[in-house]
Design a binder for this molecule. Structure first.
Ligand code: 1GP
Length: 247
């Protein structure tokens, strides 16, 4: 089964998908693998791998190899640029940062990376990537014209543009480690126009209560990254998040 089908089926059956994001630049590969294993034991549905700075090359390949020794849920690349691709991943969120001012993040990295996706046989999942305030490192690196927190209509406009360009997934991003996630008003307004297209929400989600607010507002998939790096008990934390968002 394709990874996109696997994720969509979980979204339909269980209400919401949980994705754990691991940045290969944040810890040695063995530690990343232990985190991934604990996250899967806690009920996460897939492991996303990527980051904005220093997240490619050997560290990325070795992290994926170690993770795949420990788990059998899909591994999905979340690349910061064309250097964030690896032959060892199952799928890639093949995205365009629609509200970037820098064409490199809208189409150039995609063109430079596409031949490798083809050659390696990685499943591409087409995705509109939209960054809201505060935006964090990815907002800065991606030179995003951040969507203001109180302007859901701008997020709706970009999301519809992505949908009309044929992208299957839309990712509303507040930035890793954000002090607050995307607002429920923005999530709800975007999901309303997306219809059956899947909506991913991430950035600043640290507990079950917040994850549930995002899921209830319309998120089909919730991404958490920073919290697994911070907690002493990954399995327990993921269980808290997963039990809050699943039917
Ligand atoms: C970052 O949305 C993801 O791209 C996850 O954010 O690290 O804040 O969980 P956090």
């Amino acid at each position: 089964m394709k990874v996109e089908e696997y994720l969509n089926e979980i979204a339909e059956r269980e209400g919401t998908v949980h994705l754990t994001l691991i940045d290969p630049a944040s810890q040695p590969p063995e530690v990343a693998a232990d985190i991934a294993k604990a996250a899967v034991d806690g009920g996460t549905d897939a492991i996303m791998i990527g980051g904005s700075t220093g997240a490619g090359g050997l560290a990325l390949d070795q992290t994926l190899l170690k993770i795949k020794e420990q788990i059998d849920v899909p591994t999905v690349l979340f690349p910061g640029n064309a250097g964030g691709l690896s032959i060892y991943a199952d799928a890639v969120l093949f995205m365009s940062l629609l509200n970037s001012r820098d064409i490199n993040y809208v189409t150039t990295n995609q063109a430079m990376g596409a031949p490798l996706v083809y050659k390696y046989g990685i499943e591409p999942i087409s995705m509109a990537y939209i960054i809201t305030e505060p935006g964090g490192t990815v907002g800065w690196v991606g030179d995003a014209k951040l969507i203001p927190r109180n302007k859901p209509e701008l997020a709706v406009a970009y999301s519809l543009a992505g949908k009309y360009m044929g992208m299957h997934y839309t990712y509303l991003e507040a930035g890793s480690g954000a002090d607050q996630p995307v607002t429920p008003a923005t999530i709800g307004a975007v999901k309303h126009v997306l219809g059956d297209n899947k909506l991913i929400v991430g950035g600043g989600i640290r507990d079950g209560r917040t994850a549930k607010i995002c899921a209830d507002a319309g998120a089909d998939m919730i991404v958490t990254g920073t919290i697994v790096e911070e907690t002493d008990d990954v399995r327990n934390k993921i269980e808290e998040l997963v039990s809050a968002i699943k039917k």
